[in-house]
Design a protein around this ligand. Structure first.
Ligand code: PEP
Ligand code: MN
Length: 398
């Protein structure tokens, strides 16, 4: 199936649930890696985990925002001051940038840590940066960085994650850390990375869904394949899971609708790239919002349902939608058949209504319904309506 690469815009709940269903169906057919995981029970090896980030916002959603990269002291401070006014929880900025090809802007390096320290002092916001090696962890923690994240290109590599975990253990283990999904849709690899951190003493661990790399053209930079984080939620129900719509969409126009979908699916918060002058950004210029645009996005998010519409519920509703579609398709077939029968009746000059046949049909349907544990009156009225519609169509045949 080609659903993985298919986009669904404009973004609406229906198309999302359809996407989820198709994805699930694909799983059973191909038994791909993440799908094999579906048969696994919820993880029991993560006792005592706490959220990596505590939300200070009234809606309980965590909002992490900041530029893709720290580029200069002025850019970092101006962006942070704008975001402070927006009411975010944590300021993010990449210091070491994993770039696909050499020659691009590979980050400002350690001097950016000093700018993050200034952000903390001036705005009071906690700060976060990406780490990919033990040296990054060491430098970031020594500079007072509050939250680390492991990027998609690092999560794929167990050696790199283990190196980070070992360093965190040396530092005492109690480090807040987010793990972005691996670039390929592999739930076990994602969980395995978190397990390495947990085994090293980490307890404040969260996940970030940032979409998955696919070959070829796609409307998304990294298609979301929502069923993968939904499976992670099933396997780790208490894990804090954020969504990064910036790297999924890769385009300013897609960030808000994706953020909205993430909220509808019950994600615990968002990591969004924001820059004081996006058009001048040295990396990921097309996907960064200004702080003012981010304020608009946050204001437009659906009100959080405190009753907690879980991702599980979304999946069950998607299944109901699929069954209803099947019911409608069956009804359409049944009516076509009734038309065909009507034409035969005409050919043989038979009356449309055949009371004996109608009585037998109703008796057998009600009998079958009761065997299935369905309500007798409900099924009787349903089939009486179906039969009435068939009769009416046959009367209209010319
Ligand atoms: C980032 O957050 O800037 C980043 C590089 O993310 P990812 O690992 O998701 O590509
Ligand atoms: Mn980026």
């Amino acid at each position: 199936m080609e659903f993985v690469a298919r986009c669904f815009l404009p973004v609406r709940q229906n198309s999302l649930t359809l996407h989820v269903i198709m994805a699930e169906k694909d799983c059973s057919e191909n038994n791909t890696n993440h799908c094999a995981g579906r048969k696994q029970p919820p993880c029991s090896v993560f006792a005592g985990m706490r959220p990596a980030v505590v939300a200070g916002r009234p809606d309980g959603r965590v909002i992490i925002a900041g530029p893709c990269s720290a580029e200069s002291r002025d850019q970092v401070l101006e962006t942070a001051k704008g975001l402070k006014d927006v009411g975010i929880d944590i300021f993010r900025a990449g210091i070491w940038k994993p770039r696909t090809r050499p020659g691009g802007f590979e980050g400002c390096g350690e001097r950016g840590l000093q700018w993050l320290r200034e952000v903390k002092n001036i705005t009071g916001l906690p700060v976060a940066t990406e780490v990919a090696t033990a040296a990054h962890v060491e430098a970031a923690l020594d500079a007072g960085v509050d939250l680390l994240w492991i990027g998609a290109r690092t999560t794929v590599n167990p050696f790199a994650v283990q190196e980070i975990a070992d360093c965190i253990k040396e530092k005492g283990g109690d480090v807040a850390i987010l793990v972005k999904n691996p670039a390929n849709p592999d739930v076990d690899l994602w969980i395995g990375a978190m397990q390495r951190l947990y085994n090293a003493g980490g307890r404040r661990i969260g996940a970030v869904h940032r979409g998955f790399c696919v070959y070829g053209n796609n409307s998304f930079r990294n298609p979301p394949q929502w069923h993968v984080p939904i499976e992670l939620r099933r396997r780790m129900p208490d894990l804090q899971i954020l969504c990064d719509p910036s790297h999924i969409g890769g385009d300013v126009a897609l960030v808000a609708p994706l953020a909205q979908q993430a909220c509808d699916l019950g994600f615990d918060g968002l990591m969004i790239e924001s820059h004081c002058s996006p058009q001048a950004a040295l990396s990921d210029a097309a996907q960064q919002l200004t702080p003012v645009q981010l304020a608009g996005l946050i204001a437009s998010l659906p009100v959080k349902n405190v009753g907690g519409v879980s991702a599980d519920l979304m999946v069950l509703r998607a299944e109901i939608d699929r069954l209803d579609e099947e019911l409608l398709a069956v009804l359409e077939k049944r009516m076509s058949l009734a038309d065909e029968i009507g034409r035969r009746k005409q050919a043989f000059n038979m009356p449309v209504l055949q009371p004996e046949r109608y009585g037998k049909m109703m008796d057998s349907r009600v009998q079958k319904a009761m065997e299935l544990g369905l309500n007798r009156d409900f099924v009787a009225s349903l089939f009486s309506a179906i039969h009435a519609e068939s009769v009416s169509r046959q009367l209209k045949l010319k």
